[in-house]
Design a protein around this ligand. Structure first.
Ligand SMILES: [Zn+2]
Ligand SMILES: [Zn+2]
Length: 257
């Protein structure tokens, strides 16, 4: 983080605000200590797969170490779920800050359904915290929001990933590029129930700018469900020559199929 950003954030830290979840005292528009523990630390304390951000299966955890073992100076890590070992996802890393469940889900519904843009900052803050370890392994050159579909824009009136990516850029000092990743057509993944069917429907629906060539980039999304959307984003970026992709999402829902 640059000196300018450090100064600005330290000034922000003196700003007394109300926690957006519980209305108790907080600072700088962020979650209070208790809500951050409930929303963020409760998820980060678990053993999570570094490739898809899902929980590692209990039987698998029994045969591995319980402390996450990210290797700071290499891209190798032993925390990979069986599903990702058998069928590696397109992205190199994926982290999600919070579970898409009570109480954090309230933040997301307020943010998206009521267009409370002020909630993007506290969510981006914990997203950046969750992304620290993969960012130590691979320094990111840019944040790229998952491009919103027409349907999403019509529903919410704005692009939630774009708002989050903008705050990620401000908080981290890493540039956010809104036009390096775009949709070529609107796929309808919601109509496909299985992960495979969603993935097939999305293939070829995004294209990346040649500017990503030779860069490791961070893809920002609001809620990661099956991972099909971020996987398609990563595919488009790698096809355009990106070195690799780290996915950072605000929330994660469990895979149903
Ligand atoms: Zn609170
Ligand atoms: Zn996995």
């Amino acid at each position: 983080m640059s000196f300018f950003y450090q100064i600005r954030e330290s000034l922000f830290a003196t700003w007394h605000t109300r926690c957006p979840l519980c209305s108790l005292g907080a600072r700088a528009g962020l979650l209070c200590v208790g809500c951050e523990r409930d929303c963020y630390h409760s998820r980060q304390a678990r053993d999570l797969c570094i490739r898809c951000a899902n929980d590692l299966a209990p039987e698998y955890q029994d045969h591995t170490r319980h402390t996450p073992t990210w290797h700071t100076h290499s891209s190798h890590c032993s925390e990979i779920c069986l599903s990702c070992q058998q069928q590696p996802p397109t992205q190199a890393y994926a982290v999600c800050a919070m579970d898409y469940a009570f109480p954090a889900a309230w933040l997301m519904s307020d943010f998206k359904d009521r267009a409370r843009f002020s909630l993007a900052r506290p969510m981006a803050h914990v997203m950046l915290k969750a992304a620290q370890r993969p960012m130590q392994i691979r320094r990111l050159c840019a944040w790229l929001p998952v491009p919103a579909s027409k349907q999403r824009l019509q529903t919410y009136g704005f692009s939630p990933p774009q708002q989050l990516a903008w705050h990620m850029g401000r908080l981290s000092g890493i540039a956010t590029h809104l036009d390096w990743l775009r949709r070529t057509r609107d796929a309808s993944p919601q109509k496909h129930r299985t992960r495979g069917a969603r993935q097939s429907a999305l293939i070829g629906s995004m294209v990346a700018s040649p500017a990503v060539a030779g860069r490791w980039v961070g893809v920002v999304d609001d809620v990661m469900t099956t991972g099909s959307t971020v996987s398609e984003a990563a595919r488009a970026l790698l096809a355009a020559g990106a070195l690799g992709v780290t996915v950072v999402a605000a929330m994660r829902t469990p895979i149903k199929d």
